[in-house]
Structures are given as structure tokens and as C-alpha cells.
Design a protein. Structure first.
Length: 290
């Protein structure tokens, strides 16, 4: 998979605005469950929400090392039971130290004692934050895994199509040469000059196509240049002896068109009164030849 096409990893990362909903929830909890004044709740809740970002970051790395479906379930369960308790306890210690620091301000004297009975709210909010963070990271991991599988399937399909086209191309080259030599052989007994001319045309054609063999797409102008010296419409000789044909060339061309363009291309081969006509239509492609 191309690393340049992938988005940045989400594990261990949080958005710079993640603290905003955390601050909103914590302030509401402190004001309603803790019966603290709204000014005190905001004064404590907003800074603590900023400090809390280490919890979702840690949850991301924990999910990375205990992926669902790969790690043993008992390990996943124990990890996600112990981690929120430890992380929330650390956040509670930060909250307690922060309230004591603010209490040194004369206007906020006694804030630490007022806030101390509500430390359980910080601990509870930390556990909730961990649970939501774990859920987010596991969902994001599942989406990335599904996207990786889809990309792998697409790449496999492209590789299979390219392999099929290469196999068909390798099959048509000797088939074309075989038919050309048969035609030249038939002409030698009828029109020697025309047979020699056809040999020269075949040599020119093979020389021109050598440089195009590795390209999957070539400009239409180059195709026309190749056709200028080749007979593309020829009368059918009713008196010529019939030869055994298995239609390899026609099947090959039809398969190559289908492999590359699907239903967007059409191919018809019709035997008319004195001619055998082949017609194709395919979508135009723009860009540099590959």
C-alpha cells in the first residue's frame, strides 16, 4: 500500500479541541453533582480538561497494543479495567494539586478544602473519558483495517488484470507471426513480388512494435502509423483452399478489450459476401503513454 495515500495515524493522537467537550461535561458535573458555584466549576473544570488529554492519548496506545480479535480477551479485559483506574487516579492527583495551588491566591483561599469532597467527580469523569476514548480508537482501527482490506483487494484485482493482459499479449504475438507467415507462404506461389513486399512490411511492423511491447497504452497516432503500411481490408479468395482456424486471435483481442475496458468496449467480427470485417470501439484515454 502506498504510504503517501494513507491518512495520518490516529493512535495516540487527539484533536486540539478535544478538551472543549471534556471541560463542558466536567463543569456541569461539578456544578450539579458537586454543588459548587459555576465560577468555581469553570475555574477548576477548564484547566483540568486540558490536563486530561493524556487519558485519550494513553487509551489510543493501549488499544494499539491490545487489538480486538488478536490479543487474548482476558488480557484485553484486565488492561481496560486497570488502566482507567490508574489514569483517573493520576488525573485526580493533578486536580488536588491544582486546587491547592489556586488556594494560595488570597481571593481563592479555601478552594482546596471546598473542592476536596468533589474529587470523586474528577475520578468518575476520567473513567468515562477513558471508556469513550477506547470505543473511538477501536472503531477507528476497524475502519482502517476495512480500508486496508479494500485497498488490498483493489490492488490484487489490478495485478490480476495486468497479468491477464500480459499473458494474452504473449499469446497473440506468435499467433500474429504464424498467420503472417502463412499468408506470405500462400502469396509466394501466386504473386512473388507481393510476397516480397509483404515480407518487408512485416519486418517494418515488427521493428516498430519492439519499442512498444512494454507499454500498456500507446498514443492513437502511433497506432495509425503502424496501420499505414499494413493491409487492413482485403478481398477474400473463394478459390483458396480452406485452412483450419481456431479463432485464437479473435478470442484474444476480445479478452484483452474486456480485461482492460469491461463493457465499455465492443468487438464484432462479421463474414460478409467477399470480406471478413472486424470492427472495434473503445473509450478514449488521455494522458502520457505508460
Amino acid at each position: 500500500m502506498n504510504p503517501a495515500g494513507r491518512r495520518k495515524p490516529y493512535l495516540g493522537r487527539v484533536n486540539k479541541y478535544t478538551w472543549v467537550p471534556i471541560a463542558l461535561v466536567l463543569c456541569v458535573f461539578l456544578a450539579t453533582l458537586g454543588n459548587l458555584p459555576w465560577t468555581t466549576s469553570i475555574l477548576m473544570g477548564v484547566p483540568l480538561a486540558m490536563f486530561s488529554l493524556f487519558i485519550p492519548i494513553a487509551a489510543g496506545y493501549v488499544c494499539r497494543f491490545t487489538p480486538l480479535g488478536k490479543a487474548q480477551m482476558w488480557r484485553v479485559a484486565i488492561t481496560h479495567l486497570a488502566d482507567p483506574l490508574v489514569l483517573s487516579f493520576l488525573w485526580t492527583l493533578i486536580a488536588s494539586a491544582f486546587s491547592r495551588a489556586l488556594a494560595f491566591i488570597p481571593q481563592l483561599h479555601g478552594l482546596d478544602k471546598q473542592f476536596a469532597p468533589n474529587l470523586w467527580i474528577v475520578f468518575f469523569t476520567g473513567c468515562l473519558l477513558y471508556v469513550f476514548s477506547v470505543a473511538f480508537h477501536y472503531v477507528a482501527m476497524a475502519q482502517d483495517a476495512a480500508r486496508a482490506v479494500e485497498m488490498e483487494v483493489m490492488q490484487t484485482s489490478v495485478l490480476a488484470r495486468d497479468a491477464e493482459l500480459r499473458a494474452l499479449r504473449a499469446q497473440i504475438n506468435p499467433h500474429f507471426l504464424f498467420n503472417s507467415l502463412n499468408s506470405i507462404s500462400a502469396l509466394t506461389s501466386i504473386d512473388g513480388a507481393r510476397a516480397r513486399e509483404m515480407c518487408l512490411l512485416l519486418a517494418d511492423f515488427l521493428r516498430l512494435t519492439l519499442g512498444m511491447g512494454e507499454k500498456s497504452v500507446i498514443p492513437f497516432s502511433d497506432e495509425l502509423d503502424l496501420l499505414e503500411g499494413i493491409v487492413v481490408e482485403n478481398d477474400r479468395d473463394e478459390e483458396a483452399p480452406s485452412r483450419r482456424r481456431n479463432g485464437v486471435g479473435l478470442k484474444n483481442v476480445r479478452s484483452r478489450l474486456e480485461a482492460r475496458y469491461g463493457k465499455e468496449a465492443t468487438f464484432r467480427a462479421d463474414a460478409e459476401e467477399d470480406k471478413f470485417r472486424v470492427s472495434m470501439s473503445l473509450p478514449a484515454e488521455y494522458g502520457e503513454p505508460k
